[in-house]
Design a protein. Structure first.
Length: 277
């Protein structure tokens, strides 16, 4: 969902609220008012990507005639947009009101800021501090890239070693067959475990497609549908990701009643872009 008040600016100024991301993440350094350098990696965004964190700070979003400050936003240059996590906003005390594929964010509290203007520099005190902090982030870029390479090298080395060991969860999923409706129910029960889905997403993607094919072709007798469907760019639609997005928004009936399909479509486009890049 696009945050109302940000959609009229440049691409870098647009902010989205997503139920997929677990943390606020911005891909552009210039959106930060204040920022501190940290090194880390987020592997639980709900998407098939590593997002390497270069900093954490605060941003401002213009909503109407007021600026709203949001804290604890990660800086990750790998991301090509600015995303606010619906879960994190809720934990921070914000209220989100949906309206189709847009939303408004309402803060629970507002804090006055003592922000004096420096006539010599032509900036406020906060702008001066923010500029210094952004420069430090840029200077730390070499260390950040070294961390990124070390992490990826270590990750894929461990992945290669562990691939030689028997993973019983993978074997169980691969062995599942769909011959009765109860077989489908047993598989769907696995999807209630979020950690399990994140860990075995790739394996579950394939098995979920098998489930949909069996349900349509054999159970319902519908053979005119292509599974998986393709989008307008001839990319495969990830059916499991679509199912999880709809489930997190309350299910098919809620999504249809509240008309949040456009927002889910935008999230799906973002997921597919990140998977194919």
């Amino acid at each position: 969902m696009i945050v109302v008040g940000t959609e009229g600016g440049l691409w870098n100024d647009i902010w989205y609220v997503s139920s997929v991301f677990k943390h606020h993440i911005a891909g552009k350094l210039n959106v930060f008012k204040r920022i501190k350098h940290i090194i880390g990696v987020d592997t639980r965004t709900g998407e098939h990507n590593f997002l390497f964190t270069r900093g954490v700070g605060s941003i401002e979003i213009k909503t109407g005639n007021e600026n709203m400050r949001i804290q604890s936003v990660f800086y990750s240059p790998e991301l090509d947009r600015n995303v606010l996590s619906l879960d994190q906003l809720t934990l921070q005390g914000f209220t989100i009101k949906k309206a189709g594929d847009t939303c408004r964010i309402y803060p629970m509290f507002s804090c006055p800021v003592n922000n004096l203007f420096n006539e010599t520099s032509g900036m406020t005190r906060e702008e001066e501090l923010g500029l210094q902090e952004k420069q430090k982030i840029i200077e730390e870029n070499v260390l950040d890239e070294e961390f990124k390479q070390r992490y990826l090298n270590s990750y894929f080395e461990e992945l290669n070693l562990s691939s030689q060991e028997t993973d019983w969860s993978v074997m169980i999923v691969n062995a599942m067959e769909f011959k009765e409706f109860e077989d489908c129910r047993a598989f769907m029960n696995l999807l209630d475990d979020r950690d399990f889905v994140i860990k075995y997403k790739h394996v579950l993607d394939t098995k979920f497609e098998e489930l949909v094919k069996w349900f349509l072709f054999n159970y319902m007798g519908i053979r005119t549908r292509h599974v998986p469907p393709m989008d307008s760019y001839k990319r495969k639609v990830n059916l499991l990701s679509l199912y999880l997005l709809v489930a997190m928004d309350g299910g098919y009936q809620t999504v249809t009643t509240e008309n949040t399909w456009p927002a889910i479509a935008k999230d799906m486009v973002s997921i597919m872009k990140m998977v194919t890049t």
